[in-house]
Design a binder for this molecule. Structure first.
Ligand code: SAM
Length: 568
């Protein structure tokens, strides 16, 4: 099979094989062409696909060459008109014949596109496309966390990044091309580097060996803000794929090393409800060499863990990063889009029957999804999958689940600190959950309050983006404006698409006063329950359709219902 048939078949992916385009190519055993050649052809052709799609449609190529599919036509036209090596097939090959006989017309259409776009040469056209791509795509730096379980920042700066130059500003990194060998040391989070957008570090020995981890800056906030004491175990209640799990494990190891070099730091107990994601967590934990510190509770629901159980008796810190709407997530920069020509052409070469067909134009229109291929080049597992429909209903259900998980964490007898985070931009999943948690009976009974800004670890204290208030989203029986401001100031936000180069994110920490425990006065607890927040304004919470991910979570806790009924 020729290079073009093999590339087209991989793009069509008839077996619906999962994974990125690169992994599908490299895993295919029976390829005749070299995998690198296929990757290069697809990547380069995709860059021109927006232009070549029009060129091919105007030329009427697909109407005349029945052997060519839209994908074959695009790949061949790219090699025929743009690539230096030309079409990689013998002159007698059926594909080479099919495309070469249209060379003059295709060339003329490409020239027409170039002149129309105002570029004097093909090279100028190419540069303009490159600039357009850089400007259009989110200029999101490649954040790299140095995994101190395996290496150190110093080691990485002299090995993996030995030929790189340190720069003084994040902006310089964010506007640099992928080929630029520069880095910026993050001032807020220890052991975190920013590198140019789209830089490919996935083949480096350090990445393959788990010495460096690709993790957005914002995603490093929870473990850092948790700032665990190292005196007790840490629970990660929602762990897969494990970025924050391995981060907190690394922090615990560093604390143990500072405290006199103890080789046995305390444990991280990582819960993951989803069996498949738990496997990925296991892989990530092993790769990061965190398996000596992390014990995984695979396919375990954190909300079903008994806080009084002996195995959690030493839990002092909890990190909660529950499922959320994912609205803060930024698209992957290295994903590629391939625009394919429509097999009907653009109609400029009218056939006698085209008038008759006009009335049926709706049926003939090829849906956008069929003419555009979105190809993932990165195999790393995203921390969250964005919600795509029924957002407002999902927000109600998600926030009820998030509050429940947070209140459950407050019940662990020895717990002193909790972080709560989401990669959502919505008040309902963020500040609203924090305010409701603070007003809950669990917070009152066990003495939980917000970790104020002035008490936060220095990088987090100095972070400028803080919580925001949205009117009319909560029944505001409590949180006097003054106290409200202090709570909002304790909340941390990250905004996507800003000069900070982060995804959209939210995190807050809760702290428990020494001496407060579960044996608090029962009457006090019941009073607190009476005063609890009623949730969102209106009755949305009661009417929302629970989404699959939170199905059993939206129902009220049976215990609290019973108590309320007894009081009535
Ligand atoms: C946002 S992701 C966590 C990302 C992870 N903290 C990281 O940094 O890589 C949420 C994860 O929590 C899991 N999850 C949701 N509810 C859970 C529950 N009640 N108990 C345990 N895991 C849960 C989901 O399956 C999902 O893998």
């Amino acid at each position: 099979m020729s290079l073009y048939y093999e590339a087209a078949s991989i793009l069509a992916n008839p077996d619906k094989t999962g994974g990125s385009l690169k992994s599908r190519i490299y895993k295919k055993k029976d390829l005749k062409s070299s995998p690198a050649q296929i990757v290069a052809l697809v990547t380069e052709a995709s860059k021109w696909s927006g232009v070549l799609k029009d060129v091919i449609e105007r030329s009427g190529l697909l109407a005349e060459e029945k052997k060519l599919t839209p994908t074959l036509a695009l790949l061949l036209t790219y090699d025929l008109l743009i690539s230096k090596g030309g079409v990689a097939a013998p002159a007698s090959h059926v594909l080479k014949i099919s495309i070469t006989r249209h060379k003059a017309r295709l060339q003329a259409e490409l020239t027409r596109s170039r002149v129309k776009a105002g570029h004097p040469t093909l090279d100028a056209f190419k540069d303009a496309l490159e600039r357009e791509r850089n400007a259009a795509g989110p200029q999101h730096p490649r954040w790299v966390r140095v995994n101190t379980l395996k290496t150190s920042l110093g080691d990485q700066l002299t090995t993996t990044f030995g030929k790189f130059k340190e720069v003084e500003s994040l902006a310089e990194v964010m506007s640099a091309p992928a080929s630029s060998k520069i880095y910026f040391v993050d001032p807020h989070i220890l052991n975190l580097l920013a590198l140019p957008p789209r830089i490919d570090l996935s083949k480096t020995g350090a990445y393959l060996a788990g010495q460096i981890i690709f993790q957005d800056k914002a995603s490093c906030f929870p473990a850092y803000l948790l700032d665990p004491s190292g005196d007790g175990d840490v629970i990660d209640g929602c762990a897969a794929p494990g970025n924050k799990t391995t981060h907190v494990a690394a922090i615990l190891k560093d604390i143990a090393a500072q405290d006199g070099g103890s080789d046995t730091p305390t444990r991280v107990i990582a819960f993951e409800r989803d069996r498949f994601r738990a496997k990925i967590l296991n892989k990530m934990v092993k790769l990061a060499s965190a398996d000596g510190i992390v014990s995984i509770k695979a396919a375990h629901d954190f909300t079903e863990a008994d806080p009084e159980a002996e195995e959690y008796a030493n839990v002092t810190d909890l990190l909660l990063d529950p499922s959320c709407s994912g609205t803060g997530i930024v698209g992957r920069d290295d994903a590629i889009t391939m625009h394919l020509p429509s097999s009907q052409g653009d109609g400029s070469k009218k056939t006698p029957s085209s008038k008759k067909r006009k009335r049926n134009v709706k049926e003939e229109t090829v849906p956008e999804s069929e003419t555009t291929l979105q190809l993932d080049m990165d195999d790393s597992v995203p921390e969250e999958t964005p919600v795509e429909d029924k957002l407002s209903e999902r927000l109600t259900a998600l926030s009820a689940f998030q509050l429940r998980i947070l209140k459950h964490a407050m019940c662990f007898p020895k717990a002193r600190r909790i972080t709560y985070s989401t990669c959502s931009i919505h008040f309902e999943e963020n500040e609203a959950v924090v305010f409701q948690a603070l007003a809950s009976k669990e917070a009152t009974r066990y003495g939980w309050s917000i970790l104020k800004r002035r008490d936060q670890v220095s990088g987090m204290k100095s972070w400028p983006r803080r919580g925001v208030w949205e009117d009319d989203k909560l029944d505001k029986k409590e949180a006097e404006p003054l106290q409200r401001q202090e709570i909002l100031d304790a909340c941390i936000r990250c905004e996507k698409g800003t000069d900070d180069g982060t995804m959209g994110f939210f995190v807050a920490a809760f702290i428990r006063e020494e001496g407060k425990s579960s044996d608090v006065d029962q009457e006090e607890a019941e009073e607190a329950e009476e005063d609890e927040w009623n949730g969102f304004s209106g009755d949305e919470a009661g009417t929302a359709e629970p989404a699959a991910v939170v199905e059993k979570v939206v129902s009220a806790e049976p215990g609290s219902k019973k108590k309320k009924r007894r009081k009535q």
